[in-house]
Design a protein around this ligand. Structure first.
Ligand code: PAF
Length: 288
């Protein structure tokens, strides 16, 4: 079993290059893939498990968020994790979660997810900066499912010169395409079925890529509409969340509630030139 560490003092003797996989627990196969990806990148592999209160707004699911520590430890062992860092609230927030220094996510923190959840990325970046400071990893691995989070963490590490190489890993999907997420456990049977509309919408967008930027978003939207799903946003961006450029790598991102749970998904694609008009980059982004 991995060594379980709860305080900063116990983290001082990590050997060699260190890789970190930050998580909030409720580990699934997607997390295991992150750990397996990280394993060969360093001598010591640390996984953190901390349900971070500051990235949940009042009324969100902080209290209800699944906590499955014993099963999580088992998964960490399977994935070759050396150390599980499961800090107390006091270790992460010595002055309490509502006090102390925070990291401002900048302009990209208030679009897409940030428009729906205005305090979310401040909480994410603050806790990730603290984890970086405590664990001192050489490399940190994050999933592409939370794509905007990955972009912002990469920006933070670069712009604040944190000396951590931030690596993204592809989304791991269920057999029917649903992106793995700790929140999938909230889906009822009928919702679970409808939830596949998100990945099907992305597939439709990819299939329409040869017809240009507007066609990608239109094709994806029509799949969601057919399931009666009104997305919080459906947007085609460049890989850094700016306006998409025809003929270049782009990202199609969607967030929607299916019943109560709010689900995210995204995919890479290259939209072609046809159907492109000078205004289409702006109109391609809905709710962003
Ligand atoms: O992606 C997550 O699980 C969380 O946002 C993270 C990066 C562990 C920060 O709490």
């Amino acid at each position: 079993m991995p060594t379980v560490v709860r305080t900063a003092a116990e983290l001082t003797n990590l050997g060699g290059p260190v890789a970190l996989v930050p998580t909030m627990g409720a580990l699934h196969d997607g997390h295991v893939q992150l750990m397996k990806h990280a394993r060969p990148l360093a001598d010591t592999l640390v996984a953190s498990i901390f349900v971070n209160p500051t990235q949940f707004a009042p009324g969100e699911d902080f209290e209800a968020y699944p906590r499955t520590f014993d099963a999580d430890l088992q998964r960490c062992e399977e994935a070759g994790v050396d150390v599980v860092f499961a800090p107390t609230l006091e270790t992460m927030y010595p002055h309490g979660p509502d006090a102390g220094v925070t990291v401002d996510a900048g302009p990209l923190g208030s679009v897409l997810e940030g428009e729906q959840r205005p305090t979310h990325f401040r909480g994410v970046l603050t806790v990730v900066a603290k984890l970086f400071g405590l664990v001192r990893p050489d490399v940190a691995v994050f999933g592409e499912k939370d794509y905007q989070q990955l972009v912002l963490i990469r920006q933070m590490a670069a712009e604040l010169c944190l000396g951590v190489d931030v690596v993204g890993c592809p989304i791991v999907r269920e057999a029917d395409g649903l992106a793995m997420s700790s929140r999938n456990v909230y889906l009822g049977a009928e919702e679970r079925q409808r939830a596949t509309a998100l990945s099907r919408a992305l597939d439709a967008g990819v299939a329409a890529a040869s017809q240009g930027i507007d066609a990608v978003v239109t094709a994806a939207r029509s799949v969601l509409e057919a399931e009666g799903i009104a997305p919080d946003y459906l947007a085609l961006t460049d890989p850094d969340l700016g306006a998409p450029v025809p003929g270049q790598e782009a990202r199609l991102l969607v967030a929607a509630r299916v019943g109560t749970p709010r689900l995210l998904d995204n995919t890479g694609l290259v939209p072609h030139m046809s159907g492109h008009s000078p205004d289409s980059a702006n109109s391609a982004s809905e709710g962003a």
